[in-house]
Write a protein that binds this ligand. Sequence first.
Ligand code: GRG
Length: 348
Amino acid sequence: MDISISLPPGIDALQKHEQLFDALITSLAKIEEELGQALSYADDLAQATTRHLLEAGGKRVRPIVAVLSSMLADENVSSGQVSEPSSDIRKAAVSMELTHLATLYHDDVMDEADQRRGVTAAHQQWSNSIAILAGDLIFARASMELTDLGARAVKEHSRTFEKLVMGQLWETMGPKATDDPLDHYLRVIDGKTASLLSTSALLGALLANGTEEIIQTAAAYGANVGMAFQLADDIIDVTSTSETSGKVRGTDLKERVPTLPILLLRQEAADGDQEAKRVLELVDGPLDTEEQVDAAVTAVANHSVIDTAWKMTTQWSDQAIAALNGLIDSPVKTALIEFAQYVVSRDA
Ligand code: GRG
C-alpha cells in the first residue's frame, strides 16, 4: 500500500535506544499493513472512500501511544530490550487509529472543512452523505478489530466512542449560560480527543498483560497527553501554514469554534485590554472572504494570548510526564516523556 505517513519528529529521539526503536518501527510498519487489510471492501465506492484519508497519511499518534504503552508492561522494560508487541496489541492500535479516522470523516462534514491530511476532504470529493457513511464503515471495522481482545477492550472502546461523540455534541451545542466557557472547552477536549489517546495507552498496557497500576498509569498519561495534543492543535490552527499542517489555517475561527486563544482573548477583553478588543472585532466580524479570515488569524497569532495558551498547554504535558513518576526509569519511559514534550513543541 502506498502511504505517506509522517511519523511525528519526536519519534526520532528514540533512535538512540536501538532495540526499542526497531521494535516500535517494525510494529508500526505491520500496523500500517493491517490498517490497509482492515479497510478492504469488495464494493468500489466503500474501498475508495474509506481509504481516501487512510492513504493520505497522518501521524499515527494513537498507534504510537498504544505500542509504547504496551512496552511499559514488558518484563525487560528497564533494559530497553523489549519484545516486539504482540498481534493483539497491534489489533488494538489498528482499532484506535480506525476509530480516529472515522471521526475525521464526520468532523470534516460538520466543520465544512476543505482539506484533511493534505488532501481534499472526503465530503468535498464525494458528498456529505457519502463521507458520513464512509466514517460509519470505518467505525464498523474498528469495532471488528476488537472482537478477539476480550470484554474489557470492547467495553473501553464503547465507553470511549460515547465520550468522543459527547465531546463533539458539547462542542456543537456550545456552553450553557451557567457554564464557564473555559471549563466547557476543556470538557469538550477531554471527550473528543483525550479519551481516545487515554484508551490507546490503556489498551496497549492491558493487552501486554500489565498490572492494573501500569494500566491506570498509561491511561492517565494518555489522557493528559491528549489534552495537551488538542490544545496544541487549536493553537496551531491559528499559527501554522497549510503546508505544514495539511489543513487550512483558521478553520476553527471560520467555524466560530471558541478555542483556547479566543477564550483567552475574551477574558483579556473583559478585563479591559484594548488590543484584545481590537483582535476580537476581526474575529467576531464577517469571515466570508479569505482576506477577512487571514486578517483575523494573523491578528490572533500575533497577540500575546498565544504565549499564554502555550504555557497552559504545557501544564498538561507536564501532568502527563508526572503520571509516569511511579514507574522505574527505562528507555520506554524516556520515550513517553520525550513524546509529551514533542506534543507541545510542534508547529504542525
Ligand atoms: C460517529 C464516527 C463518529 C464520530 C462522531 C465527529 C466526532 C464524533 C468526533 C470528533 C472528534 C475529533 C475529530 C477530534 C479531533 C481529534 C484530532 C486532534 C484530530 C487531529 O489528530 P491528528 O493530529 O491527525 O492526530 P492525523 O491526521 O495526524 O492523524
